[in-house]
Design a protein around this ligand. Structure first.
Ligand code: GDP
Ligand code: MG
Length: 439
C-alpha cells in the first residue's frame, strides 16, 4: 500500500508541474490505498471525489511542490471527515453519568467497560459502578465481576435469570444509594444484528436514559464494521464509538467508514487486551495511520533532500570556486555522450522532458561532436576565461573548428545557460529547481 503510493508520488516528484492526468493517477492510488485499508467503498468514492476537486484547483496545479500539496489535501480531508480533535465523553449535569456499552459479540464491550472504569478512576478519581447486563453468555457475568475485582470497581449483578432491563433498573437504584458518579452498563451482543437484541437494547436505553451510548466495534472486521455501525446507529442513535483491537495489523479504515456513515465521533481506541490499553481517539493520527501518511511524507521529504544535497553540493562547489569553464563544459559533453542516447538521457533529468527551453537546444550526438570541436579550437586561456571571447576570437575559433560563427555564438550561449542553471542549482533548494524547470 504505502509502497504503491510512494512510487506513484515519487514518479511525480521528478516532474516540476503536474497535469490533470497526474492528478487522476494520484487519485487512483489514494483510492486503492483506502480500499486496502478496508474503508467502505462508497465512502472511498465520495472521499476521492472531494480530494480530486481540490487537487484540480489552482492551489495544487500552480504549486511548486504539487505532490506535497496533494498529500496535504488528502490528509486534511481525512482529518476533516474524522473530526479535527478528540471528542470527550458526554457528562450528565448531575451524577451519575450513565454510559451504555453496545456492540456485536466479541467486539470488546465487557473489556472496554473495565478499561473505561479504570480510566475514570485514575484520571478523575471517579467512583464508577458497572452493571452486568449480559445474561446470555454464562461466563459474561463472571467476566465482568472478575474485571471489577482487578481494578477495584464494584459490579452490580443479578445472575442470568432476570430480564436485563430489570437488572439495569436495580443497578441504577444501587448507584443512587451509593452515590456513584458513573454507571457503566455492559450489555449482550450477538454475532449479527437481530431484532431481539435491538429490542432489548432499546428497552434498556428507554429506561436508563444514558448520556453516552458507546458502540464498540472491532477494527479488524474491516468492511463489515460499516454495516454494523449503521445498524446500531439507526436503532439506538449512538453517541460515540470505541474502535477496539487497533493493536492488530489493521490500518484502521473502519474509523473513516464509521465516522462517514454515522457521523458519530470515535471517542476511544482499544490498543490491547490489558485494562490500561484504552486511548483517546486522535483523528489526525488515525488519518496518518490509514494512509501510512507519516511514513510517506518522511520518505518523500528524505528523497527530495538527498537529491537536492547531492546535486547542489557538486554544483555549489563549482560555483564557489567560480571554476565552471569550457573544460568542464567539455567534460559534461563527453559524459553525456558516454551515457547513451541523449534523448532518453535528457528525459531522465527532472523537468527536462517538459522544458521548452531545453527542447530548443535540440542536442543530438552530432551536435555534441561539433560543440567539442569548437571547444578544442579555443586556446587554454580562452577555455578558462569564457568572458574574453570577443567577436574576433569567435571568428578565429569558427575557422579553426570548421563551424560557422553562428554556431560558435550559439554554443557560447548554451554554455552561459548551463552556467546560469548551475548558479540556480547552487542555491540548493528543490523549489529553486521546480521554478527553473517547471515554471
Ligand atoms: P464482548 O463480547 O463485546 O464483551 O467482548 P469482550 O470484551 O469479551 O472481548 C472479546 C475478546 O477481545 C477478549 O479476548 C478481549 O481480551 C479481546 N479484546 C478486547 N479489546 C481488545 C483490544 O483492544 N485489543 C485486543 N488485542 N484484544 C481485545
Ligand atoms: Mg461481553
Amino acid at each position: 500500500l504505502t509502497e504503491r503510493l510512494q512510487s506513484a508520488f515519487s514518479k511525480l516528484r521528478r516532474k516540476g508541474k503536474i497535469t490533470d492526468s497526474d492528478v487522476r493517477d494520484m487519485m487512483r492510488e489514494v483510492r486503492l490505498a483506502l480500499l486496502e485499508a478496508d474503508v467502505n467503498f462508497t465512502v472511498v468514492k465520495d472521499f476521492v471525489n472531494t480530494v480530486r476537486k481540490r487537487a484540480l484547483g489552482s492551489e495544487v496545479l500552480d504549486s511548486l511542490t504539487p505532490t506535497q500539496q496533494v498529500l496535504k489535501i488528502v490528509n486534511e480531508e481525512l482529518t476533516n471527515v474524522m473530526g479535527d480533535e478528540a471528542v470527550p465523553l458526554n457528562k450528565a449535569p448531575h451524577i451519575p453519568t450513565i454510559i451504555m456499552m453496545v456492540g456485536l459479540q466479541g467486539a470488546g464491550k465487557t473489556t472496554t467497560a473495565g478499561k473505561l472504569a479504570l480510566k475514570l478512576k485514575n484520571e478523575e478519581h471517579a467512583r464508577p459502578l458497572m452493571i452486568a447486563g449480559d445474561i446470555y453468555r454464562p461466563a459474561a457475568v463472571d467476566q465482568l465481576v472478575t474485571l471489577g475485582k482487578q481494578i477495584d470497581v464494584p459490579v452490580f449483578e443479578m445472575g442470568t435469570d432476570h430480564d436485563p432491563v430489570d437488572i439495569v433498573k436495580e443497578g441504577l437504584n444501587q448507584a443512587a444509594i451509593q452515590k456513584n458518579d458513573y454507571v457503566i452498563i455492559d450489555t449482550a451482543g450477538r454475532l449479527q444484528i437481530d431484532e431481539k437484541l435491538m429490542n432489548e437494547l432499546v428497552r434498556i436505553k428507554e429506561l436508563a436514559h444514558p448520556n453516552e451510548i458507546l458502540l464498540v466495534v472491532d477494527a479488524m472486521t474491516g468492511q463489515n464494521a460499516t454495516e454494523v455501525a449503521k445498524g446500531f446507529n439507526d436503532q439506538l442513535d449512538i453517541t460515540g464509538v470505541v474502535l477496539t483491537k487497533l493493536d492488530g495489523d489493521t490500518r484502521g479504515g473502519a474509523a473513516l467508514s464509521i465516522r462517514a456513515v454515522t457521523g458519530k465521533p470515535i471517542k476511544f481506541t482499544g490498543q490491547g487486551e490489558k485494562l490500561d490499553q484504552l486511548d483517546v481517539f486522535y483523528p489526525d493520527r488515525m488519518a496518518n495511520r490509514i494512509l501510512g501518511m507519516g511514513d510517506m511524507l518522511t520518505l518523500i521529504e528524505k528523497a527530495q533532500k538527498d537529491y537536492d544535497a547531492e546535486q547542489a553540493n557538486k554544483m555549489a562547489e563549482k560555483m564557489r570556486e567560480n571554476s565552471f569553464d569550457f573544460n568542464d563544459f567539455l567534460d559534461q559533453m563527453s559524459q553525456i555522450q558516454n551515457m547513451g542516447p541523449i534523448d532518453d538521457l535528457m528525459k531522465m533529468i527532472p523537468g527536462m522532458a517538459n522544458n521548452p527551453q531545453l527542447a530548443n537546444m535540440n542536442i543530438g550526438e552530432k551536435d555534441i561532436d561539433h560543440l567539442k570541436a569548437i571547444v578544442y579550437s579555443m586556446t587554454p586561456t580562452e577555455r578558462e576565461n569564457p568572458d574574453i571571447l570577443n567577436p574576433s576570437r569567435r571568428r578565429r575559433i569558427a575557422a579553426g573548428s570548421g563551424r560557422t560563427v553562428q554556431e560558435v555564438n550559439r554554443m557560447i550561449k548554451q554554455f552561459n545557460m548551463s552556467k546560469d542553471m548551475m548558479s540556480k542549482m547552487s542555491k540548493g533548494n528543490f523549489n529553486g529547481m521546480d521554478s527553473m524547470f517547471g515554471k
